[in-house]
Design a protein around this ligand. Structure first.
Ligand SMILES: NC(=O)c1ccc[n+]([C@@H]2O[C@H](COP(=O)([O-])OP(=O)(O)OC[C@H]3O[C@@H](n4cnc5c(N)ncnc54)[C@H](OP(=O)(O)O)[C@@H]3O)[C@@H](O)[C@H]2O)c1
Length: 322
């Protein structure tokens, strides 16, 4: 798998990042999570993404035990990303992007991950804490060697612009990447964040590339819906129902190419110049394999035009889920 730069950073990552959010869920226990991580490495993925809140910290713990079992060789071959923001304790200060919380949260993640550094530490969401305080905390962690690079997630373009310009002015470490919800079904980021990324050299790490599985190809018009761990909620089903014509249109386009819809969805993201690495979300080995199998699909201008007709650039249907 050909590696590319992680946004403004000099380190190189695979075009697919292994999303660890399912790891430790009832449907993806530790044994299966380990198999998925091992298969990902075999396939050439060197970039893993977790968060301090995934599966109530269990996702980080599973990754940490697996890293430790593989010794330095395993750890040193990987770029490990995690996040800070979500509430992890009973008090008002056990959340957010204050210096107080970031420094404590970083220590807790390092312990769970059984490592001496986080390669990419991401602000999971924008916060009302003063941005100068957040920047300084990130810069101090970088200077202390506990964090190698930092990035953001779910930030608006103006959040990132402020963070970047203030960090540059303070000669502090700048954010190198931004994780956003981005898929062929949800193209909002193309309006502001994508041009920001191109201008400032930041690269986007799309999350929910299959829109939480709605673009997996399982959902076709007239076909009964089989239960999966994610699709049982009322909100999920509603977003499916409302967008069934659109999903069918995209699935037919994939049929014309002789490929599964998931391949079309991944390939659409792989070819965006503002995208650094696409974060998949496998719950099974087959899900992982499908994301890797999509790498050789190059979408023609004609196919992209047809996608634009179904979901115009910068838009998303009214009820997209996320
Ligand atoms: N920064 C953030 O705020 C944020 C938010 C969300 C996620 N993330 C990151 O992004 C990663 C990916 O997000 P996501 O899990 O929502 O991605 P996704 O790929 O949109 O959804 C993953 C789900 O889609 C289904 N799926 C995936 N591949 C499939 C396939 N080939 N065939 C059939 N179904 C398939 C599975 O659903 P079932 O399990 O129901 O079968 C799977 O759990 C996460 O692991 C996490 O690292 C970040």
């Amino acid at each position: 798998m050909e590696l590319r730069y992680l946004g403004r950073a000099g380190v190189k990552v695979s075009p697919i990042c292994l999303g660890n959010m399912n790891f430790g869920s009832p449907a993806c226990d530790e044994a299966l999570s380990r198999k998925i991580m091992e298969r990902a490495v075999e396939k050439g993925i060197n970039f893993f993404d977790t968060a301090n809140v995934y599966q109530k910290q269990v996702s980080e713990e599973i990754l940490g035990r697996w890293l430790a079992d593989g010794g330095a060789a395993r750890r040193e071959s990987l770029v490990i990303a995690t996040k800070v923001f979500g509430k992890v304790g009973p008090t008002e200060n056990d959340r957010g992007l204050s210096r107080y919380h970031i420094l404590r949260s970083c220590e807790a993640s390092l312990k769970r991950l059984k490592t001496d550094r986080i390669d990419l530490y991401q602000c999971h969401h924008w916060d009302t804490a003063p941005i100068e305080e957040t920047l300084r905390a990130m810069d101090d962690l970088v200077r202390a060697g506990k964090v190698v690079y930092w990035g953001t997630s779910n930030f608006k373009a103006w959040h990132l612009t402020e963070a970047t310009l203030k960090a540059e002015a303070a000669h502090a470490a700048v954010p190198v990447s931004e994780q956003s919800p981005y898929s062929v079904l949800n193209r909002h980021v193309e309006n502001e964040l994508a041009p920001f990324c191109m201008k400032f050299g930041v690269r986007m790490l799309p999350w929910s590339p299959l829109n939480g599985g709605r673009l997996s190809g399982l959902y076709r018009k007239g076909k009964p819906i089989e239960d999966t761990p994610r699709n049982k909620s009322e909100a999920y089903r509603k977003a499916l129902e409302k967008n069934m014509d659109l999903l069918e249109g995209l699935a037919r386009l994939a049929d014309e190419l002789g490929r599964p819809l998931a391949h079309l969805a991944y390939a659409f993201l792989f070819r965006q110049p503002h995208v650094g690495s696409v974060i998949n979300g496998p719950r099974t080995l087959e899900h992982l394999d499908e994301s890797v199998a999509a790498l050789d699909l190059k979408l023609s201008d004609d196919v992209l035009k047809k996608i634009d007709e179904l979901v115009p650039p910068g838009t998303a249907p009214d009820y997209v889920g996320w």
